[in-house]
Design a protein around this ligand. Structure first.
Ligand SMILES: Cc1ncc(COP(=O)(O)O)c(C=O)c1O
Length: 356
């Protein structure tokens, strides 16, 4: 018997997470990062605080919690800061999921949803997408007595589609009290659509919902690991019970605070992302490739070619993307928007790779 045999049965079913790959000298358009980098104010604030890292951080992350509360016009008890939104998902699993519970998630799920269900020994209920959009009515219909958590991802990674306000309203009406809706809004700040719902309405009503946000995407702080959840007090309190002490690093809190105080950085990135998407979509049209209209900073494209093969051809030409085979859509790739120069280079590489 090896040590691996001593692990919990559910642990043996876990496949290691495969991150978006980077390669030396290649432009990485594989992890939905922001090519323009963080707010200069965040960088400066961290530089000024470097010597303070001998100290443990404030365990309650008080200043950032209060700043986020003021930013979103919610009381601080409705805010939970974590080491990336990944950690908040993990806390939700630890706090709420018992073995045998059911976790509902959309088709082509973000990897942390099945991962959390697996490590908590729960059943995954994957509800297929329809035309690359989440089918919230079918997700509501999939609820049973054993359902504990439902993940909705909006914008949905990897397709970039959103759940509309009316769809979310119907879902909220249908959800029984024993189900917690986790509305993953990692790409929230990129969305520009009047039909995108404001989940604070439900949080203020005390409904069983938590919305997840992150500093990894538009704020360009992925390397620091900083995210947060907005939810009614009871959900936040339950997560706090299972949270590790000092989970958020001192520099992360400082960078988050400075980033929040720099709305121009967000507006600038959003504008550049919009232009990048318009350029890329025009080029995909010209190449006759179909894609899903995206509300985020990435585009899900059907290249008509097996994506692992296309990946290698693009890599040779200096670009990495995410291959669709991991979601069971083998001919798709997910490409993150880059700078204008990176996008032009990517299209040249893609054209050549498709001809190869
Ligand atoms: C949909 C979605 N949720 C959550 C995350 C995790 O973000 P964080 O870096 O805050 O853990 C990501 C990151 O790729 C994501 O795409």
């Amino acid at each position: 018997m090896g040590v691996f045999d001593l692990t919990r049965e559910c642990v043996r079913q876990i496949k290691p997470y495969s991150p978006g790959r980077s390669a030396p000298d290649a432009v990485k358009l594989a992890s939905n990062e922001n090519p323009y980098g963080p707010s200069p104010r965040a960088v400066e604030a961290m530089r000024d605080a470097l010597e303070d890292v001998r100290l443990y951080p404030d365990m309650q992350c008080t200043r950032l919690t209060e700043a986020l509360a003021a930013h979103w016009e919610l009381p601080p008890e409705n805010v939970l800061v974590g080491r990336g939104s990944d950690e908040i998902i993990h806390m939700l699993g630890l706090a709420f999921l018992s073995p045998g519970d059911e976790v509902i998630m959309p088709g082509l799920p973000f990897a942390l949803y099945p991962f959390t269900a697996l490590i908590m020994d729960c059943r995954q209920v994957v509800v297929p997408l329809v035309d690359f959009r989440q089918n919230l009515a079918a997700m509501a219909a999939a609820v049973t007595e054993r359902t504990k958590i439902m993940f909705v991802c909006s914008p949905h990674n990897p397709t970039g589609s959103i759940a509309r306000r009316d769809e979310v309203a119907q879902l909220m009406e249908a959800l029984p009290e024993h189900v917690i809706l986790v509305m993953d809004e990692a790409y929230y700040e990129y969305v520009d659509d009047p039909e995108y719902p404001d989940m604070r309405e439900y949080i203020r009503q005390g409904r069983n919902v938590i919305c997840l946000r992150t500093f990894s995407k538009i704020y360009a702080l992925a390397g620091l690991r900083l995210g947060y959840g907005l939810a009614p007090r009871e959900i936040i309190d339950a997560c706090r019970l299972v949270r590790e002490p000092f989970n958020v690093g001192l520099l992360s809190e400082i960078a988050g605070l400075a980033s929040l105080a720099d709305p121009e950085q967000v507006a600038r990135t959003k504008q550049r992302n919009q232009e990048a998407k318009e350029y890329l979509c025009r080029e995909f049209d010209r190449l006759g490739l179909s894609y899903v209209p995206s509300h985020a900073n990435f585009i899900f494209v059907d290249t008509g070619v097996p994506s692992p093969e296309l990946y290698e051809r693009l890599l040779k030409r200096g670009f990495t993307v995410r291959t669709g085979d991991i979601w069971g859509t083998p001919n798709h790739i997910r490409v993150t928007t880059g700078t204008p120069e990176q996008n032009r280079g990517f299209i040249r590489a893609l054209e050549a790779a498709l001809r190869e």
